[in-house]
Design a protein around this ligand. Sequence first.
Ligand SMILES: NC(=O)c1ccc[n+]([C@@H]2O[C@H](COP(=O)([O-])OP(=O)(O)OC[C@H]3O[C@@H](n4cnc5c(N)ncnc54)[C@H](O)[C@@H]3O)[C@@H](O)[C@H]2O)c1
Length: 385
Amino acid sequence: MKILVTGCAGFIGSHLTARLLKEGHEVIGVDNFDIFYSRSQKEKNLMPVLLNSKFKLEEDNLATMSFVKVLKGTEVVIHLAGQPGVRGSWGASFGRYLTNNIQVTQRLLEESKGSKLKRFIYASSSSVYGDVPVPEGTEAQFLNEEMKVQPKSPYGVTKLAAEHLCQLYNVEYKMPTVALRFFSVYGPGQRPDMAFHRFCQSILREAALSIYGDGKQVRDFTYVDDVVDVIVASITADVVGQVVNVGGGSPCTLLEAVTILEEISGTTCAKTFLDRQKGDVISTQADTTKLEKLFGFKPKVTLREGLTREWEWMKKFVQSEDDEIAIKANVQPIIGVDQEAIAQVKADEKAGKKAAKKAKTNAAKKDPAQAELTDAPAEPNESNG
Ligand SMILES: NC(=O)c1ccc[n+]([C@@H]2O[C@H](COP(=O)([O-])OP(=O)(O)OC[C@H]3O[C@@H](n4cnc5c(N)ncnc54)[C@H](O)[C@@H]3O)[C@@H](O)[C@H]2O)c1
């Protein structure tokens, strides 16, 4: 199958691209290497697939590019590109969320509504739920797809708006859309703004862990390969028109996750508790009943196993970052013009001309005719004769 993956250089997109190619699909990946985090990390993400003859990378901006080429012959669109991050979505940067999450999704839906797609899979988020009120004395609820959604951050608002757009195009244009609500995805290649990536960096750099709030917020951490399994299954499963939670199945508090990371790394970390961030919800635990019913399976990688894999990747990643910094520090920049070198070249030129003149004079003394030929310029049109 020919599959378009948007955001192919990102965390989830690069894992997905590798899997699709492994399964024999042809992948056309679009990414603009957005400045939200380093291009170098995204290039590393794509390393394993760049030389695959069935992969084609289009570096372009989905907000402005023409889709004619990338949609030609495409059977499935998997739309992961977007502006992630809850905390950054307040204030002036909201424009980035509007463009990359809502407008880009609308453009993609509009442009592909005429083509005979088998699936249009959209990466939604648990952030659409917001804080579901918990009656006093009861446990936090597992979030299910039928619940009233009430995003608590501008990011969540934009992800929900794009989800609604997918549903609209499904109803009005019979587009085969499905929205998957991912819950806190982690694993090798994780974005640098996400908690586990930051925690591993701090441990490796022997710095204190910065934790927003009291660390008791509950998250349903989901390993990236499990997410990829669900996305791939959505290509053929009977899920058109659906909204489905993709949660890891073993929710825990941030502090419990930190304890596991401390055990894996063999380090007891100093912790700095920072103010709770606007938009951070208290608990996101996925009800995965619908996921199991529609797909016949649920995520299987445990938090300890997944965190071990992320920790191993982070050790290599931090080392590669340090190596890059060291290489850059050793390169001597050329600033301005080297006047000394220019003066030397001029002196050499002068000495050369002087020596040639002397040689010519000496030769003329011996044989005047030969002396004329030594430095005579070639005639124009010399090839004619
Ligand atoms: N990682 C998570 O925990 C999580 C949870 C819920 C939902 N999601 C959603 O999943 C998707 C992928 O998340 P991720 O963590 O891999 O993020 P990511 O930032 O690593 O990947 C997104 C990619 O999209 C690209 N992109 C952004 N705007 C673009 C544009 N206008 N044109 C072309 N490319 C563009 C970026 O360069 C980036 O490589 C996002 O839509 C995100 O909202 C992620």
